[in-house]
Design a protein around this ligand. Structure first.
Ligand code: 5AD
Length: 370
């Protein structure tokens, strides 16, 4: 394959114009055949593109896992509804606000509220939580990651002040989607959610697991083609890690290499994207996050949830959540970022195309003030 790694723009163009078959060939080449010097070329390419838009900054976000109840049945996930071994908890609004308060003191300006699909969280309750956070911490961004909801619900949450929304598409291949989820969960609805969120004005995050059961270079090509169509502002990519209470318990734990390569390729596909070095990657490889930064990742999401509940937000086995993962140890984690040659950043860290926009709702005030 003729790919010139010294011309990031060219590789970007190639990924953005290739048809499905060619995309699958490129992916296969990088994950299976490329020589070490070609892979370091890819990493350089990805780093240069990231630097063009974000410099060496790594954005910190505080993650609050506020409910482990879930009505969904995703076959790979430890929180699926029929896992009777899962410990279920739910934080109260006051507890969530206390997490934000502690996070704000530590310097965080983005709170990521993540939960299973918990029917307890009606629009009214969630809107109350979002507007409560925005009223107390007006300089902070709120990211929601609470699953599939109606367009109307997404609209109400946006109006309550939510800025961003994370909803991994998991796989953009219909048949593959069907092997990972029960029949009532459809790829079509998942995609509908993502397009709705985008149209409503959220900064949107899609994403997928690497080496999920049944994944092939062809299904990955569908993922890349979908990301190209959706143009999300964020993409979450982490390795699939088996959970003992699921049907995929006996799958082997992956290595970090393929995830790192795919992170770099997504950076090249979407040069301006915000790309987290995920907890799952840190779980399977102690140096996973450093490798991710070299591959173009630029976001970290340490855990702000109350320590007592952290072990119960159990998506996969052995999830790291203490020590440096914990937001209390943010200094140690930012020390690691600095040691790796990057710059920890505690600003809101919006997507570059958002930074030049006026803050929502303040347009008139700013115009008058000018
Ligand atoms: N391994 C890795 N990631 C997982 N997720 C769920 N289960 C697993 C697992 N076993 C990811 C999914 C989901 C996100 C919240 O966590 O991609 O979107």
């Amino acid at each position: 394959m003729e790919i010139n790694m010294n011309r990031p723009q060219k590789l970007s163009e190639l990924l953005n114009t290739a048809g499905r078959k060619e995309l699958a060939d490129i992916l296969r080449y990088f994950v299976r055949e490329a020589r070490p010097e070609e892979l370091s070329g890819l990493m350089r390419c990805a780093s240069r593109l990231r630097e063009q838009y974000y410099g060496k900054k790594v954005y910190f976000r505080g993650l609050i896992e506020f409910s482990s109840y879930c009505k969904r049945g995703c076959y790979y996930c430890g929180l699926q509804r029929n896992n009777a071994n899962a410990v279920r908890y739910r934080l109260s609004e006051d507890e969530i606000l206390a997490c934000c308060g502690a996070g704000r003191k530590l310097g965080f300006r983005t709170f990521v509220l993540q939960s299973g699909e918990d029917p307890y969280h009606s629009d009214e309750r969630l809107c109350g939580i979002v507007s409560g956070i925005k009223a107390r911490f007006p300089d902070c961004a709120v990211t929601l990651s609470v699953g599939e909801r109606s367009r109307d619900s997404y609209r109400r949450l946006f109006e309550a002040g939510a800025d961003r929304y994370l909803l991994r598409h998991e796989t953009a291949d219909e048949a593959h989607y069907g092997t990972l989820h029960p029949p009532e969960q459809t790829l079509k609805n998942r995609m509908r959610c993502l397009y709705d969120l985008k149209e409503l004005g959220y900064q949107v995050g899609a994403g997928f697991m690497v080496d999920s059961p049944g994944q092939t270079c062809e299904t990955l090509a569908e993922d890349f083609a979908f990301l190209r169509r959706l143009q999300p502002q964020m993409v979450g990519i982490g390795p699939f890690i088996p959970h003992k209470d699921t049907r995929f318990a006996d799958y082997c734990r992956p290595s970090s290499e393929k995830t790192v390569i795919l992170l770099a390729l997504v950076r090249v596909l979407l040069p301006k994207v915000l790309l987290p070095a995920t907890t799952a990657l840190g779980t399977i490889d102690p140096l996973g996050r450093e490798k991710a930064f070299q591959a173009g990742a630029n976001v970290l999401m340490p855990n702000l949830s109350p320590a007592a509940h952290r072990k119960d937000y159990n998506l996969y086995d052995n999830k790291i959540c203490m020590g440096e993962e914990a937001a209390e140890c943010v200094e140690r984690l930012s020390g690691r970022v600095t040691a790796a040659g990057f710059v920890p950043d505690f600003s809101r860290g919006d997507h570059v195309d958002w930074e030049n926009r006026l803050p929502r709702g303040r347009e008139r005030i700013l115009i008058r003030g000018e």
